[in-house]
Design a protein around this ligand. Structure first.
Ligand SMILES: Cc1ncc(COP(=O)(O)O)c(C=O)c1O
Length: 353
């Protein structure tokens, strides 16, 4: 049984409540309780299926409270709290990994290899899921000269860490190097960095489905962007006419739009809604922070009592807050933001406390 304390803001009221995530190992039943009497999420995960089946998708949506954040009310904002879902691979990870895990299972492969940095949420989730599902995992880690708590977790969960120089890591799309890695760790399934691609996209259709099933109507939907796979899943799966905005975590990644198109093409799915990528909220670059981002995140967390991390979700909410503050977006238009998790990464930012 795992338990985490976190204050929650529900329907405009700030409720200091304990969220308790209960996973009963034998039956794999998930309950997330706001108080002993209010269950906000309940689901059943068959052992080995990885993804809790939602009984009511709308209950994992939380409305931000009206108290202003740095002078701006964010009461029109609803948060889809994927960070509360997915057990040991919370956030968008469980959705993105599911296709690869199925592919490995179908081919009888028990070892999965993938790529990431020393703080990678993707490798962290893969290692955790591998330990749960009894799969061997190999993490090819970029310039892993510094030990991080994330790498410690990965090793503890049995992931074999293969550190490579930054120069070698740049070859992660090079088919010769990939074939070589695959052979060296054979039999293994090689999953692209960040779980990117059509398999990942198909898993993310389930996120869109959660929104569709909620029956709620949003003018805008925001999601953070690393590889663009989660964004691609949303724009292929969302119904209605929200405008979807991906918020780039990287600076100057002008090929992201093209990559999203490629994932859609590879999966044979069209974009069903209009979408664009916001490129002005990187705050200095991937995993970098600016004084403005730090001030916003500290203010946001203290008002809304919702944990963020600076690489993805902090920048997404910062982009939204700036647009509301500048009056570019109206405060009464309903917005959904997808909280994609990544909270293990908070450990790399001492200022977050
Ligand atoms: C917490 C978090 N949010 C968002 C993303 C971006 O997802 P994507 O690579 O699908 O764009 C990632 C990366 O996987 C992530 O770890």
């Amino acid at each position: 049984m795992t338990s985490a304390s976190s204050p929650v803001c529900i329907a405009g009221a700030l409720v200091q409540a304990e969220i308790r995530a209960v996973m009963l190992a034998a039956t794999s039943i998930f309950l997330i309780m706001v108080s002993p009497s209010v269950v906000v999420f309940a689901g059943v995960a068959k052992r080995g299926t990885l993804l809790p089946m939602l009984t009511d998708s709308s209950t994992s949506m939380l409305q931000l409270c009206a108290d202003p954040v740095l002078g701006v009310s964010m009461r029109n904002v609803t948060v889809l709290r994927l960070d509360l879902l997915g057990g040991s691979a919370p956030g968008n990870k469980v959705f993105k990994l599911r296709g690869s895990l199925r592919a490995a299972q179908a081919r009888g492969i028990k070892r999965i290899l993938s790529f990431g940095g020393a703080w990678s949420n993707h490798l962290h989730a893969l290692a955790a899921v591998g330990a749960e599902l009894d799969l061997e995992t190999v993490g090819v880690v970029r310039g892993a000269e510094t030990e991080t708590p994330a790498l410690e977790d990965m090793r503890r969960w049995g992931m074999q860490i293969v550190p490579v120089s930054r120069e070698t890591y740049r070859r992660r799309f090079d088919s010769d190097w990939l074939a070589d890695l695959e052979q060296r760790h054979a039999p293994c399934l090689v999953v692209p960095e960040g779980g990117a691609g059509a398999d990942g996209l198909r898993g993310c259709l389930e996120i869109a489905d959660m929104v569709n099933r909620s029956g709620r109507i949003f003018s805008r939907v925001l999601v953070p962007v690393g590889t663009g796979t989660t964004l691609a899943g949303l724009i292929a799966g969302l119904r209605g006419s929200p405008e979807v905005f991906g918020v780039a975590a990287l600076k100057g990644a002008r090929d992201l739009e093209e990559r999203v198109q490629e994932y859609l093409h590879a999966s044979g799915l069209p974009a069903r809604v209009s979408w664009q990528i916001i490129h002005d909220a990187h705050c200095g670059g991937f995993a970098r922070t600016s004084a403005e981002l730090r001030a916003f995140m500290l203010a946001f967390e203290s008002v809304q009592r919702l944990p963020l991390e600076p690489v993805y979700t902090g920048k997404m909410l910062y982009a939204l807050h700036s647009r509301l503050a500048q009056g570019r977006w109206a405060e009464d238009e309903p917005v959904l933001v997808v909280h994609t998790g990544g909270l293990q990464g908070r450990r790399g930012y001492a200022w977050l406390g």
